[in-house]
Design a protein around this ligand. Structure first.
Ligand code: ATP
Ligand code: MG
Length: 395
């Protein structure tokens, strides 16, 4: 691909916080940005040169994007692959419709991991209630997940025994027939993720492995420093992530989530880690890179889609990222009040990112805080101080 140069207009499908931070990165490289999102007040729409306020499959909206943009990306994995397919007829799309369609379907995603030879949790795909009778008892206790439209732990239920499976399956059919995947529940030592970027000519670079803590199914804390996970595991996980990307002929930024396993029979059978899932876009666990690396995941996304060179990011600071959920606005009761930003900003190495969402709601991602420091211990110490000021539980 002939590189697109600053001055060109780059477009994103989806106007959430990922699109907003992507837009900031694109603009600082001198590009114009366009956003397609049906919400008139979308975080990315507010900071872009052009906001096409239309549904993702609206023919006029897509035509408008196609006419205005020289390349397209997505920030929202549930954007219909069809929208990317249509835009892909006339514009370079990074990622393309095919890998996004795989990432949107947990069954296809798992099949892809298996085809790449990377370890996954033992699982079974359940198309209908008739499939439940053939489930192996070895998959229990397990987690039942819908294959489509899950995020932040939504569309999943824990299943203790085979006897509980029919009720669990039924509970996920309320919005219409839903194919599900039953995964064996594995004993997790830690969760981590690798964000990589792959160019049109197949070059791949990656951010250091990120260690992630979830609460109530939502990412709460990410810690990043050298050797946060054992070097051998890190090397294997990065290689596996590269295989997954190559196998999809992926172009763009891709996040691959891993589970590190505790010692025990599952670990003996599967190895030290399994791949959980992919996100075909920058990821919440990579937000630290804006402040802790010399190239952020959002700049990598811009470079990929514009056909500009990729360089291996360098982590220059240990970092801890805290997600700022809407709950923090309700620390003093039912009336939303602004958290004590001034006190937090008095701490060293604190970088506050708010996404411009007008209404705080519980569980809603309002922003994040990255704490950078010269050592992991200092980053964690300051992060715990910030957490205490904000009413985030220690970890
Ligand atoms: P995301 O917000 O990352 O997209 P999600 O809703 O797509 O989340 P998963 O990442 O598959 O769903 O699962 C959510 C969480 O449930 C994981 O982060 C992990 O803590 C736990 N979990 C999922 N699958 C398993 C498993 N097989 N064994 C143990 N824990 C699991
Ligand atoms: Mg996940």
């Amino acid at each position: 691909m002939t590189p697109l140069l600053p001055g060109a207009t780059l477009g994103v499908l989806g106007g959430g916080q990922l699109g907003r931070m992507w837009s900031h990165a694109a603009q600082s490289l001198g590009f114009r940005t366009a956003v397609l999102d049906p919400d008139a007040h979308s975080p990315a729409g507010l900071v872009s040169h052009l906001h096409v306020c239309a549904d993702y499959l609206d023919p006029q909206g897509l035509a408008h994007m196609a006419a205005q943009c020289q390349a397209i990306t997505t920030e929202f994995e549930n954007v219909p692959a069809q929208a990317l397919r249509q835009l892909g007829q006339t514009l370079p799309c990074a990622p393309g419709a095919d890998p996004v369609a795989v990432a949107q379907d947990r069954a296809r995603e798992k099949a892809h991991f298996v085809a790449c030879g990377v370890p996954v949790a033992p699982h079974a795909v359940l198309h209908s209630a008739a499939d439940l009778v053939s489930v192996s008892p070895g998959l229990l206790p397990g987690i039942l997940k819908t294959t489509r439209l899950g995020y932040d732990g939504k569309g999943q239920v824990r299943v203790a025994s085979l006897a509980d499976l029919p009720t669990a399956f039924q509970s996920l059919q309320s919005a219409g027939p839903a194919v599900c995947i039953l995964e064996k529940r594995l004993p997790l030592a830690a969760e981590c993720s690798v964000v990589l970027a792959r160019s049109h000519d197949g070059q791949i670079v990656h951010l250091p492995v990120q260690v992630n803590l979830h609460r109530d199914g939502i990412l709460a804390v990410t810690e990043v420093f050298e050797h946060a996970v054992p070097a051998a595991n890190e090397h294997q996980a990065v290689q596996a992530a590269y295989e997954v990307a190559r196998g999809l002929n992926y172009v763009g930024v891709l996040c691959v989530e891993f589970f590190l396993l505790k010692d025990g029979p599952d670990r003996d059978a599967l190895g030290p880690w399994v791949v959980n899932e992919i996100a075909p876009r920058p990821h919440n666990s990579g937000h630290h890179s804006i402040d802790s690396c010399d190239v952020s995941q959002f700049e990598l996304q811009v470079r990929c889609m514009a056909g500009l060179p990729l360089v291996q990011p360098r982590l220059h600071s240990a970092s801890v990222m805290l997600n700022l959920l809407g709950d923090l606005w309700f620390a003093n009761g039912t009336q939303a009040t602004e958290p004590p930003w001034a006190s937090v900003l008095a701490l060293p190495g604190v970088h506050l990112h708010l996404y411009g969402k007008t209404e705080a709601r519980r569980g809603r991602k309002m922003g994040h805080l990255t704490i950078t420091a010269a050592s992991p211990d200092t980053a964690k110490h300051v992060a715990l101080q910030a957490a205490q000021l904000l009413g985030i539980a220690a970890w």
